[in-house]
Design a protein around this ligand. Structure first.
Ligand SMILES: *[C@@H]1O[C@H](CO)[C@@H](O)[C@H](O)[C@H]1NC(C)=O
Ligand SMILES: *[C@@H]1O[C@H](CO)[C@@H](O)[C@H](O)[C@H]1NC(C)=O
Ligand SMILES: *[C@@H]1O[C@H](CO)[C@@H](O)[C@H](O)[C@H]1NC(C)=O
Ligand SMILES: *[C@@H]1O[C@H](CO)[C@@H](O)[C@H](O)[C@H]1NC(C)=O
Ligand SMILES: *[C@@H]1O[C@H](CO)[C@@H](O)[C@H](O)[C@H]1NC(C)=O
Ligand SMILES: *[C@@H]1O[C@H](CO)[C@@H](O)[C@H](O)[C@H]1NC(C)=O
Ligand SMILES: *[C@@H]1O[C@H](CO)[C@@H](O)[C@H](O)[C@H]1NC(C)=O
Ligand SMILES: *[C@@H]1O[C@H](CO)[C@@H](O)[C@H](O)[C@H]1NC(C)=O
Ligand SMILES: *[C@@H]1O[C@H](CO)[C@@H](O)[C@H](O)[C@H]1NC(C)=O
Ligand SMILES: *[C@@H]1O[C@H](CO)[C@@H](O)[C@H](O)[C@H]1NC(C)=O
Ligand SMILES: *[C@@H]1O[C@H](CO)[C@@H](O)[C@H](O)[C@H]1NC(C)=O
Ligand SMILES: *[C@@H]1O[C@H](CO)[C@@H](O)[C@H](O)[C@H]1NC(C)=O
Length: 431
């Protein structure tokens, strides 16, 4: 403020002097509310009397004079016997003043044109339709039509301009007008119009400038519905995490998890990051067929609640109960996972000892899984070591399912080709 005041004072003293035949003409710019001194240019010490007029001395009465006529308005005073001092300038003080220097033989007239600059004041920024956030920022909906209006009052009329600082892009000057209002329309509001809009109003006479900056955000809801899924916790194989993700909106939606059946239940303690919320269930909640719902809401769609539901499910598997392998050939045991949430882990076991031993891919055994199908391939079948029960075990945090598969290992009988399985053809040597 202090800097501006100083700049203003410099203006008051920026006089332009034009010499005319009848005397001098001067232009003085004063600032409303401040003081100004109009000097009777070159008033000579020899002057007997100095008289001041508002307007032309031929028609206007004497405002006051140095020989004792006092001005009616106490804001006017004489300084240094010749100069007119006005305190608290008002717009109506904007007049042509004449000082008349009465000398022995002649009179000298000095004309002073006083311009009073005021404002800009009451600068106002309206961006509509928008909603105000608690911190004063506005937000608008994407695809909307917005009217940006800036108004300011000044004497003489201000120059109003709009500037736009898009987030992360170079500054742009929008429009500039000489007038008390500057408005423009943006159609199809898009996120690239998000940023800070600054309106500046400048008094062309005094150079005084006022600015208002308004932050504008462009909001949009997620385009689709939230997605939910269940995962086994990475920290503990018994833990279950519920994931809920609702991407594509701005700002991020609010999400929470709740027990579906128990409507009185509170929100499940969860951690959210951006457009995803993750709830970690404790063991008392890990029940077969228990359902959890993720509820989402977006600031632009308060009423339209979006949700997705997950159900915890015990694993279910199907497999052939018996398989046969010819001595020296290979056999494939398959196990298909048809249910389980979170997805179950499938392992193969041999129940020849307690605890049962897990079969891993080594030597003649090869375990693999593609999608929901797990396969165990046994090569070079041996009657003594391989015949017996195999277990396909599917386990998730909710439950456990096991299927017993009995493998018989028999001698090769060429006269019964119908018993040669596909796997044997692939794995075995040519006959
Ligand atoms: C001021 O007075 C001096 C002499 O008294 C004169 O030379 C000069 O032209 C005058 N200037 C103005 C602006 O009247
Ligand atoms: C004002 O006029 C008086 C007498 O008329 C004189 O004594 C005084 O010095 C003058 N002041 C200035 C600043 O010229
Ligand atoms: C003051 O004088 C200027 C010319 O010098 C003229 O254009 C203007 O209209 C005058 N103003 C008033 C208020 O009479
Ligand atoms: C002014 O007039 C008075 C008499 O009226 C005279 O005495 C004086 O010398 C004059 N001064 C000048 C500078 O002409
Ligand atoms: C105002 O609040 C909005 C929403 O919380 C935020 O995105 C924005 O950065 C805030 N603006 C400022 C200037 O703090
Ligand atoms: C924008 O709104 C202002 C004030 O509400 C109005 O005066 C102006 O005409 C509008 N601008 C346009 C381009 O419609
Ligand atoms: C608006 O300006 C403020 C302050 O410079 C900045 O923190 C904020 O990120 C800007 N807002 C946008 C949307 O660019
Ligand atoms: C506004 O007025 C100034 C001074 O009269 C002029 O230089 C400028 O070109 C004008 N601007 C517009 C946008 O009319
Ligand atoms: C929610 O979880 C956090 C971190 O896991 C924990 O610090 C907090 O106490 C929990 N709150 C409740 C109400 O269980
Ligand atoms: C598990 O969560 C339920 C529901 O939030 C709560 O009532 C129970 O006390 C929790 N149990 C443990 C062992 O944290
Ligand atoms: C595997 O089974 C689960 C159910 O347990 C199912 O959701 C998923 O789509 C299946 N995956 C494939 C690749 O078939
Ligand atoms: C292996 O499983 C079968 C079928 O359930 C059972 O009869 C057999 O006793 C089990 N053998 C061992 C060693 O547990």
């Amino acid at each position: 403020m202090a800097r501006r005041l100083f700049a203003g004072l410099r203006f008051v003293f920026a006089l332009c002097v034009f010499e005319g035949a009848a005397g001098t003409e001067t232009l003085v710019i004063g600032i409303a509310g401040r003081d100004v001194t109009l000097t009777c240019q070159n008033a000579s010490q020899r002057a007997l009397v100095v008289e001041w007029f508002q307007g032309d001395p031929d028609t206007a009465p004497v405002l006051f004079s140095s020989d004792g006529k006092l001005p009616e308005d106490a804001r006017f005073s004489l300084v240094g016997n010749a100069s007119l001092h006005i305190t608290g300038l008002r717009p109506q003080d904007e007049r042509n003043y004449t000082c008349k220097e009465v000398l022995n033989e002649t009179d000298h007239l000095h004309r002073i044109q006083l311009l009073v600059a005021s404002g800009p004041d009451r600068i106002d920024v309206h961006i509509q339709p928008t909603t105000v956030l608690p911190n004063g920022t506005f937000y608008a909906k994407r695809h909307g039509i917005l009217n940006f209006t800036c108004t300011a009052i000044s004497q003489p009329v201000p120059t109003i301009k709009w500037d736009f600082d898009p987030s992360g892009s170079p500054h742009e000057l929008f429009t500039e007008v000489n007038g008390s209002q500057n408005s423009f329309i943006l159609h199809q509001m898009s996120p690239r119009y998000q940023g800070n809009y600054t309106c500046s109003a400048k008094n062309p006479l005094s150079g005084f400038q006022e600015t208002r900056t308004q932050e504008l955000l462009v909001y949009y809801p997620p385009p689709s519905l939230p997605q939910c899924w269940v995962e086994t916790s990475t920290e503990s194989s018994r833990g279950v995490q519920l994931f809920c993700q609702w991407p594509g909106g701005y700002p991020h939606p609010s999400l929470y998890w709740r027990d579906k059946e128990d409507l009185s239940s509170k929100e499940i303690n969860a951690t959210s990051l951006a457009d995803t919320i993750v709830a970690t269930l404790n063991s008392s909640q890990l029940l077969h067929e228990k359902e959890f719902t993720c509820h989402g809401s977006h600031v632009l769609e308060q009423e339209a609640k979006a949700s997705c539901t997950v159900q915890l499910v015990d694993p279910m598997i199907i497999s052939d109960p018996v398989r046969n392998c010819f001595i020296g050939r290979a056999v494939t045991l398959t196990c298909l996972l048809i249910a389980g949430n979170p997805p179950a882990r499938i392992t193969w076991l041999r129940n020849i000892s307690q605890p049962e031993t897990e079969i891993r891919s080594t030597g003649r055994f090869h375990v693999s899984q593609v999608g929901n199908v797990s396969t165990l391939i046994i090569q070079n079948c041996s009657h003594s070591t391989d015949e017996g029960y195999y277990v396909c075990k599917a386990e998730n945090s909710v439950g456990l399912r096991e299927m017993y598969i009995h493998l018989t290992v028999t001698g090769f009988r060429a006269e019964m080709p119908s018993e040669i399985s596909l796997e044997e053809k692939e794995a075995g040597p040519t006959t």
